[in-house]
Design a protein around this ligand. Structure first.
Ligand SMILES: C[S@@+](CC[C@H](N)C(=O)[O-])C[C@H]1O[C@@H](n2cnc3c(N)ncnc32)[C@H](O)[C@@H]1O
Length: 275
């Protein structure tokens, strides 16, 4: 666990170092993740996260959307195929290059998606993306961000009045807290989780599956902190879903989530810019 900084200068230096580690992690892992996610994302993404985001967004054909942390563009292309006009952004230039390549090879349909390398912890960079947009979206990005206020504040500024910002993330209470899977001893009892810490924010280095060679930096923050950052930016919360894992068999490292249908490993929230 990282010790808190003692002076503002130390805090700035620590933040700069963390940002660099996040960027290095995604740059080094970009080819691995691009191959793993493919055109439409992994089984979690296209089976659970993307449908939840779409339900909460409920967008009409022709709506304009800005995406933060788009990875190799799976959700941006999904929106594009549904007729949305999308500006998709990510911190990693290598993932943006994969996103562009994959989008250029879609020949069945023209999709209106453009990509930009943007650090969502830099509010000014978000403002440079244009707009105003009908919606903003960020799927599985906030765990990689040391700060959330710039993204919430930036979203508020590039959204139209009554525009929405849908955030899908690992559930802070279960899937980014210090948890351990608890195998049931008998057939009568469901498998479970034990949670060892939740209320404090902390930084970890980890892999999302056993084949991943480069660890990523992850930021755990309790739900109250995530929501407070959104509310402080002037956004309100008007939709929420808690999401269990897909039930089919998955790769070894993620196997346990599929036997925990009562425990949400992700949460999808719809924030709104007031009119
Ligand atoms: C788990 S991946 C999710 C990608 C995609 N949204 C998906 O669901 O498949 C996390 C993504 O967040 C991006 N990311 C990390 N920090 C970021 C930041 N500060 N600004 C923008 N994107 C960031 C990474 O480059 C990576 O593409």
């Amino acid at each position: 666990m990282t010790q808190p900084p003692e002076t503002p200068a130390e805090a700035d230096a620590m933040l700069a170092q963390l940002k660099q580690q996040v960027l290095d992690g995604w740059e080094k892992g970009a080819d691995f993740f691009d191959e793993r996610w493919g055109d439409q994302g992994d089984e979690f993404h296209h089976g659970v996260f993307a449908p939840a985001a779409e339900r909460l967004m409920g967008l009409e054909h022709g709506s304009t959307v800005i995406e933060f942390a788009c990875g190799n563009g799976g959700f941006a292309r999904r929106l594009g195929r549904a007729g949305m006009r999308v500006v998709a952004t990510d911190l990693s230039p290598s993932l943006i290059a994969h996103a562009e390549r994959r989008t250029e090879t879609i020949s069945d349909q023209a999709v209106e998606v453009t990509y930009q390398t943007v650090d969502a912890t830099d509010e000014r960079a978000i403002l440079d993306c244009g707009g105003p947009f009908d919606a903003a979206v960020c799927i599985m990005g906030v765990m990689s961000m040391p700060l959330l206020k710039p993204m919430f504040g930036g979203a508020w500024r590039v959204l139209k009045p009554r525009g929405m910002f849908v955030v899908v993330t690992l559930h802070p209470a279960f899937a980014t807290s210090g948890y351990k899977f608890q195998k049931s001893e008998s057939d009568d009892e469901p498998h479970g989780l034990t949670i060892q810490r939740y209320l404090s924010r902390y930084v970890t280095h980890g892999v999302t599956n056993t084949a991943q060679k480069e660890p990523q930096v992850y930021f755990h923050r309790p739900l109250s902190e995530l929501l407070s950052d959104a509310f402080a930016s002037g956004l309100t919360l008007d939709g929420i879903e808690e999401l269990a894992a897909p039930q089919q068999v998955m790769e070894e490292s993620r196997l346990m989530w599929n036997v925990l249908p009562e425990i949400p490993m992700a949460i999808a929230m719809r924030f709104r810019r007031p009119g």
